[in-house]
Design a protein around this ligand. Sequence first.
Ligand code: ADP
Ligand code: MG
Length: 566
Amino acid sequence: MTKEDLKKKLDKIDGKGYKAYKDLEGEYEFEKFILYIDHVQGDPFASPSRIRIRVPQNIADFEFSMYNNPSRQVALEDFLIRSVFEVIKKLPSLKGTGHSGDIYIDKGGQQIIKRSAMVVNKDYVEARLSVGLPAFGRRINSSGAKRIFLEFLPQIVEKGLLKKNLNIQDIWLWVETVEDQDYLRSQLKERGLVAFVADGAILPRESGISDRPLKSGNVVPFESPNSLRVKFQLPNRGEITGMGIPEGVTLIVGGGYHGKSTLLQAIQKGVYNHIPGDGREFVITVADAVKIRAEDGRRIEKVDISPFINNLPNNIDTTRFTTENASGSTSQAANIIEAIEIGTSLLLLDEDTSATNFMIRDARMQKLIAKKEEPITPFIDRVKQLYKDKGISTILVMGGSGDYFDVADCVIKMHDYKPYDVTQEAKKIAKEFKTNRKVEGNNEPIVIKPRVPLKKGLEIKGKKIKSKDEDTIKFGYQEIELDYVEQLVDKSQTNAIGEIIRYIADKYVDEKSNIKEILEKVYQDINKKGLDVVSHFYGKHPGNLALPRLYEIAAALNRLRSFTVK
Ligand code: ADP
Ligand code: MG
């Protein structure tokens, strides 16, 4: 069909009941693009209709070098999403009943993550939009719909998707920055580092609820201590310097309000790439870093937390620990074991969000409460072993206890938002002032037994899986609470996790494969066929998806109350 056919259809249904819009589903050729109307909403209040706009590459005209490797492709796609978003923002409003008149593209926040909202390849550029089809009450407003389809969409293509009308310098900035970020992340392990914070980086954010950079006059740009300064040669930007955090155990110490948590938060987001101008473009962390925190109230399903917790009252088995209501310490232990189960090489902890009894047990407490009365082997007695036996490093914010000096390889002090290397000083103090605490815990190796999910807990017959907001997935009548999964950064990642749980339940949960194996299969599929593959709308507009990490998908499974393992 052509755009003329679409026009005729719209003229025919003007003023009819909203359901008549269903007629529009199909494909339409325009001069410069093909419009796919994949799904038409049932009424003006339902979630908006899904359309795709496909512009042939010979018209869009992006040169191959702008998307010829995975880093560049994600960057160009992200750039085009933002460019379409800007065009939409300037369109006149046709706001009517419910969602009618809305036009929407799923733009990311400060991170650049693979998203389903845009696809660029050798054949075409395709933008996936949601549109609230115009209505007066519950009647079709065809003249509004004609403006959207015949006037606005061509403008979106013209101004948002054709290379000749875009700022070429900005495209290259996006593409080259992301490529440099991925490159730097890929180099960390080789250099014996777990994180890098560039000189000049801006770490503080606008507010507790905004991820944008703090812009007030008193922002202190990051400046590495000389002893920790490292240099990288990036493919596009050339030389860059900054603080390299070595493998092993690193403490971040310093007075209250001196920027400790801000540094750690930047590092935990450093598993993602950031947009130019964010300030954290070159705060880069190994991709498998996991933020660990206490999370009392969460569910735990047969996790072996015995490296940290043993001899609970009532002979509760901690090698297959199950609870509907974890405590601070048991939840923190489970969070660590579950991250190791998927393969993390870096744990990130902040005293602000940790259970004190999980972190330390000092000499006086050891005297008062004998080891056999205390189920917890504190983290301080395992943190070195985790690195020695399993190669798992830790970065820990700890302003409250110097006991950790004994186990730290590197100590960074934050003072007035500037880092200082105080490793030698801390070591000297540790020698002079003994803690007199006894090292607890045996030296038994920490063995993690991968868990195998059962089908039972993932049955989705007739059940809807849907994300409610960034931190909640509705799974039938249950809700999966993800508020404390701090490295989940985008509502569309949450959407994708919902789809992925459905996908693995249908396809890969065979009661033989463990969680990690299952999730790796999903990733192989995504790498082969694109993020769309996990959508139950595959082949059409797949909805608003952004790629989550394995860790966040596992986190959702682990918090699903019906989840069961062998
Ligand atoms: P701490 O964990 O050491 O108590 P925070 O990291 O929570 O301190 O920081 C305290 C406050 O200082 C926060 O409001 C934060 O936004 C602000 N802040 C952190 N780093 C900087 C910086 N480099 N420049 C300006 N303000 C900063
Ligand atoms: Mg703090």
